[in-house]
Ligand binder design. Structure first.
Ligand SMILES: NC(=O)c1ccc[n+]([C@@H]2O[C@H](COP(=O)([O-])OP(=O)(O)OC[C@H]3O[C@@H](n4cnc5c(N)ncnc54)[C@H](O)[C@@H]3O)[C@@H](O)[C@H]2O)c1
Length: 420
């Protein structure tokens, strides 16, 4: 029976980069998931993660990495890291069912001396109040028989500069010994480990980071709306403010927030605060503003077409870039969906162009994909630049499009090109 240095539960955007770095550092790594298609793809050398090439995966498999559906690997692992999803449920409340499920599976196989780390983003208190009691159903006691820690994942998919290795890793333990064990574990493949005194501080650090981003994006989004009415070029004002070498960080407006983290994580924090009997007003306001951006984008498209004496109904609207981030294929929570829904509702003749997305359906309607950017841009009544993939030839868009709404501030403005 093979023994493993590490078993990672949840082989997604977070779990796989961790598996890659740990394997490269010489650890023997197993990956446990509940999705047979993912396990099969990984063992066959086929990656489904943007930041993991098939060649990376080949090197991992050669280095001993194995993906499995069989939870018995947990009993043979010195360290177990849980990286399962933490979405919101239909009522916008934290849905921790995957964390509970994975933790229960760990409890069934837990051995004395194991280090268990939760990496999934969640409300402060989860490791201690939710994971620990489940793990202790094994009969083993946290801090005495096994070590327990929380370490938030900070992975930024598609970021060419910062990956797991060179992004400092915050670690909080249930006890000081748990913290030290977890810090030593990550130090094997992360350049800088940042220990904090407890699991709650580590959980809160992650929520603070993403809430900070969410709130600041909302700030510039709200400013974009009134700057348009005031006749002020916000993009230029932001660039000017960014020359201040201290006390200012640049955030840009856009068509809304997307991805698995920014629209979701602040709700985990407001959920926790609501339990105290009052709201977390910053988060709730930011949510309201950011969620309204797609309909604001549609109102601006309507206004552009109106100037050309055209109704949205029947107009050819081309959406450029439908993923939530540039240069990756991830479509989760992308604001392109609510933008497209509203345009379809108004009767727009919609198409899209995105080198990363081969097929795109909105509310069950298959949106035609344009292969040739130059032709598509010229044939559209209006082009909406939602995502600035670097593969897009922006000169072509500026020169050929009859009308453009640039929601990313990357095109030169003109009679035909307007920024958000
Ligand atoms: N994606 C990011 O950029 C990012 C960044 C930082 C933090 N996070 C956080 O990391 C966590 C994981 O996110 P992700 O993006 O990797 O998710 P993901 O959906 O890409 O992957 C999660 C994997 O977990 C598996 N899974 C679900 N329940 C399971 C169970 N009970 N047992 C075993 N496997 C199970 C799923 O099949 C899936 O393969 C979330 O809490 C997220 O908020 C994500």
């Amino acid at each position: 029976m093979t023994a493993f240095d590490l078993t990672i539960i949840g082989l997604g955007y977070v779990g796989m980069p961790l598996a890659k770095e740990a394997t490269a550092a010489g650890l023997r790594v197993a990956g446990l998931d509940v999705d047979p298609r993912k396990v099969e793809a990984l063992n066959a050398g086929r990656s489904y993660i943007d930041d993991l090439t098939d060649a990376d995966l080949d090197a991992m498999l050669t280095g001993g990495f194995t993906a499995t559906l069989d939870a018995s690997v947990l009993a043979r692992s010195r360290t177990i890291v849980i990286c399962v999803p933490t979405p919101l449920d239909e009522d916008h409340r934290p849905d921790l069912s995957a964390v509970e499920g994975a933790t229960r599976t760990v409890a069934e196989h837990l051995q004395a001396g194991t280090l268990v780390v939760l990496e999934s983003t969640t409300w402060p208190g989860t490791t201690d109040e939710l994971a620990r009691p489940i793990l202790e159903q094994s009969g083993l006691v946290a801090g005495e028989d096994f070590h327990l820690a929380f370490s938030p994942e900070r992975i930024d998919p598609g970021n060419p500069k910062f990956g797991l290795r060179n992004t400092p890793k915050v670690v909080g333990g249930f006890t000081p010994a748990c913290k030290e064990r977890a810090a030593a574990f990550y130090a094997q493949f992360v350049e800088r480990v940042v220990p904090v005194s407890g699991t709650r501080e580590a959980e809160m650090a992650k929520l603070l980071e993403n809430t900070y981003r969410h709130v600041n994006i909302a700030l510039v989004n709200e400013m974009a709306i009134f700057c348009d009415e005031l006749g002020v070029n916000l993009w230029e004002a932001i660039e000017a403010a960014s020359t201040k070498p201290f006390g200012f960080q640049k955030f840009l407006p856009g068509p809304g927030v997307g991805g698995h983290c920014i629209p979701v994580d602040p709700s985990y924090l407001s959920y926790t605060v609501r339990k105290l009997g009052y709201p977390f007003r910053f988060v709730e306001l930011a949510q309201e503003i950011n969620e309204r951006m797609p309909s604001y984008v549609v109102a601006r498209v309507q206004r552009l077409l109106n100037r050309a004496r055209k109704p949205v109904n029947g107009s050819r609207v081309l959406l450029l870039g439908v993923t939530y981030k540039p240069d990756i294929a991830d479509e989760r929570e992308t604001p392109a969906i609510p933008v497209a829904e509203a345009l379809l509702e108004l009767g727009a003749d919609l198409s899209f162009c995105d080198p990363y997305v081969k097929e795109w359906a909105v509310e069950g309607t298959q949106i035609p994909r344009e292969e040739d950017l130059a032709e598509a841009v010229a044939a559209a009544d209006v082009v909406v630049l939602l995502q600035q993939h670097s593969a897009f030839d922006l000169d072509v868009v500026e020169e050929r499009a009859p009308l453009v709404l640039d929601t990313r501030g990357v095109l030169a403005t003109s009679e035909r090109v307007e920024r958000l």
